[in-house]
Design a protein around this ligand. Structure first.
Ligand SMILES: [Zn+2]
Length: 455
């Protein structure tokens, strides 16, 4: 990924503010200009491939409003104002009602002292997808940028709007849907006077999405499945392609997104918007949370909103299509190849047994060589149930194989280090300094029992 020069990103912090920030920043700086190879794994039509290449080369100039010269203004969501250099959590009503339930959700605004882009981060548009809410919580940790360093509005350029739980009524009921039974991510940009979900979609569209420059929407696989952390984006849309590459996952799935999805509608209005997919609904995959959190930091660093350098994966797989591996039998599933596995054609990925016919079992084999980017987690299967989501691999196999662990599972670049929010100050307890009188039978280090255990 090339460093963007200052004229293109006029709000940018100077380079040296990044290198001083952490050891990681210094280490990454040297490899910064190496663009990681883009591997096309599927047969993307030639014209589409050219569009994607054009999009990733395009350098768009920044709006005048982001220039340092223009100064920073107050940030407004509806009537609520946030001053430059301030972090503020404000309530936002999903529905405009005078009486009764209005479903107020919290939005944290981190409003930098310098002008720059407005980036909106959304979690739990589907109420039971918890990787987003967790990642957006960790992002607000007091040490996310290193010991004692939170994202600091005082040194930040631009504005961050963090919405950990968009579909709060769904989250509280532990379901994907809005309480009227509809999928919010199929009803953008919403409709005035429409059904409940359309009204919510309209308010989010008007006050949150449309007023953003970039949107990152965090999702997980539907109930009963899990996803390898990856990005879905329209890679022929330059701002979205930029976000997708900057996020730093190994796998990028190209596509417009479903009709009525926030991503698709945002792109139609020329807003950069990507979807992160990782883990599964109703569960918390710690790797997915980490990839999502660090991916967001990568984007903020790439946009020069916060100090430091973004990290890039060793390679990127760009894919336009994928294959579902389905079970032809009903029963209980035993998964043999975890998500992230590189499997060969005809390899057994799972078996199905049926307690009613206990002496028989059937194998589910892969139709081709590829990377498993999704896998069933729910053991109940019937004939036709999708159990694996396969990205066929036709190119770049040697590069990919160099990044597999001993079980042939892809090592994701985002999870090689311990997550910063789990690093704690370790207290050393010196047992020899205990001067309390010891209980009988435990009187001294000469105790033969103690020596025996010391091996
Ligand atoms: Zn989702």
């Amino acid at each position: 990924m090339p460093l963007i020069s200052d004229p293109l990103l006029p709000w940018a912090l100077s380079d040296d503010s990044g290198t001083k920030d952490s050891k990681k920043g210094v280490k990454r700086a040297s490899s910064k200009r190496r663009r990681s190879p883009l591997k096309v794994v599927n047969q993307i039509p030639k014209r589409r491939r050219r569009e994607i290449e054009d999009a990733s080369e395009e350098k768009s100039s920044s709006p005048e409003a982001w220039s340092r010269k223009s100064g920073q203004k107050n940030h407004k969501i509806e009537r609520r104002t946030t001053k430059p250099g301030v972090v503020r959590t404000i309530p936002f009503d999903l529905i405009d009602t005078e009486i009764g339930e209005s479903w107020s959700i919290p939005i944290t605004v981190v409003h930098g002292t310098r002008p720059g882009p407005t980036v909106t981060l959304l979690g739990a548009v589907h109420g039971n997808e918890l990787v987003g809410p967790q990642a957006l919580t960790f992002l607000q940790s007091s040490q996310i940028l290193g010991e004692g360093k939170a994202i600091d509005a005082e040194v930040m350029a631009g504005t961050l709007r963090i919405v950990p739980i968009v579909n709060l009524p769904g989250y509280r009921r532990r379901t994907r849907y809005i309480p009227d039974g509809r999928d919010l991510n199929r009803f953008f940009p919403g409709r005035d006077g429409g059904n409940t979900t359309q009204r919510i979609a309209l308010r989010l569209w008007e006050h949150i999405a449309k007023t953003s420059d970039f949107i990152i929407d965090l999702h997980s696989a539907a109930s009963g499945r899990t996803n390898l952390p990856h990005i879905r984006a329209n890679l022929a849309h330059p701002p979205s392609s930029m976000l997708a590459r900057a996020f730093g996952t190994e796998v990028l799935l190209d596509g417009l997104g479903p009709r009525g999805s926030l991503r698709r509608v945002s792109n139609e209005h020329d807003l950069g918007c990507i979807t992160f997919e990782g883990g599964g609904a109703d569960s918390l995959d710690s790797d997915a949370v980490q990839v999502a959190t660090y991916g967001i930091l990568n984007v903020l660093r790439y946009l020069r909103m916060i100090p430091g350098y973004p990290s890039s994966p060793r390679f990127r797989l760009l894919a336009s299509g994928s294959i579902w591996i389905r079970s032809d039998h009903g029963g209980l599933l035993d998964v043999l190849a975890p998500v992230g596995s590189v499997i060969e054609a005809d390899e057994v990925v799972a078996t199905v047994t049926d307690p009613e016919h206990a002496r028989e079992s059937v194998e589910i084999r892969s139709p081709g060589r590829g990377l498993l980017i999704g896998m069933a987690t729910h053991p109940f299967v019937t004939s036709g149930t999708p159990i694996g989501h396969l990205l066929p691999l036709k190119r770049g196999l040697s590069t990919i194989k160099s990044r597999l662990d001993e079980d042939d599972v892809l090592m994701l670049s985002g999870v090689l280090e311990d997550p910063i929010w789990r690093e704690e100050d370790t207290e050393d307890i010196d047992l020899e300094s205990l001067d309390e009188p010891s209980p009988d039978g435990w009187t001294s280090v000469d105790d033969p029992m103690l020596e025996e255990e010391d091996d």
